[in-house]
Design a protein around this ligand. Structure first.
Ligand code: SF4
Length: 289
């Protein structure tokens, strides 16, 4: 396979065949992200993508999942995505799911009918980086869309029948906006009704604008206990049924996993256990937040 630069994929695509349909990220402006900083966004030609798929077929006997990278491969025009999905169907009849990163703008640029057509051709899951549901924080981190647009994009995916996996970042509002981040993110997710929520913890590379803000004292990172407390407020606000909640990425301090709403209490109990490890009661942690 011909891979260009560093490759990123969601944890649940660890065993998928990864094909770069785009190079880089179409937005590339978020203040906390350095993933695709060195790459100028472009869409690969159908010929290049098909070459990789044919090569993948030669190497791998049984491919159940395929992930179309890089950031925002959903930016590809629908007729080209259709050709890619038809190529996958022809070369990998055993493939059960094709996954893709989709920015809110790319989702909103597709009609409901287009998304449904992509679903019928095998697009099984869209990964959307919400990062925060807070209007203020989305603006601060230069996400490029507001919370209403995020909700609209998420709903559009869900209503097309494609599974929606949403990523949220603990600590992305810093100390000052921690509570705002937790409460408003829960409200946005309740509206979106995703199938999966993945919670990561903010980790900053040195070449990001947000890292510079931390160095200058303009943004305060959360302590592990503050992250847990923020997570508690977030989970308390959830009112989503049949949604798998995971906070078990390497960046997280405490590993959490459950299905909402049935495991909500279990998840909150695990968070309380984590909070008690620090020897602080809730009142004290709230006071320090
Ligand atoms: S967070 Fe996502 S949308 Fe923002 S720059 Fe990084 S890859 Fe692009």
């Amino acid at each position: 396979m011909k891979y260009e630069g560093d490759l990123y994929r969601p944890p649940s695509e660890a065993y998928s065949l990864i094909v770069q349909a785009t190079i880089g990220c179409s937005h590339n402006k978020c203040t906390f992200c350095s993933m695709y900083k060195g790459k100028k966004f472009r869409i690969r030609s159908i010929e290049e993508i098909m070459e990789d798929l044919i090569l993948g077929r030669k190497y791998y006997k049984n491919v159940k999942r395929i992930f179309l990278a890089d950031g925002d491969a959903l930016a590809i025009k629908t007729d080209e995505l259709i050709k890619i999905l038809q190529g996958i169907e022809m070369l990998f009849p055993e493939c059960e799911r094709v996954g893709i990163y989709g920015s809110p703008k790319s989702i909103l640029n597709k009609s409901q009918e287009e998304l449904m057509e992509l679903k019928a051709l095998g697009l099984g899951i869209v990964y959307l980086g919400l990062e925060s549901g807070s209007e203020k924080i989305l603006k601060d981190i230069k996400k490029g869309v507001n919370s209403s647009q995020m909700i609209e994009a998420g709903r559009k995916v869900v209503e097309s029948g494609i599974e929606l996996s949403v990523t949220l970042i603990s600590g992305i509002g810093g100390k000052i906006n921690s509570k705002l981040h937790a409460t408003e993110s829960a409200l946005v997710l309740n509206e979106m009704k995703p199938d999966y929520i993945g919670l990561l913890t903010l980790l900053l590379e040195e070449d990001t604008p947000l890292y510079k803000e931390v160095q200058e004292g303009k943004f305060e990172l959360l302590t592990p206990l503050e992250v847990l407390n923020e997570t508690k407020i977030l989970v308390e606000g959830f009112e989503i049924d049949n949604c798998i909640f995971r906070s078990n990425h390497a960046s997280n301090y405490v590993s959490l996993r459950g299905t909402l709403m049935k495991d909500k209490k279990l998840i909150l109990d695990q968070i309380d256990e984590g909070l008690n490890i620090g020897g602080l009661d809730d009142k004290e942690i709230y006071r320090r937040l």
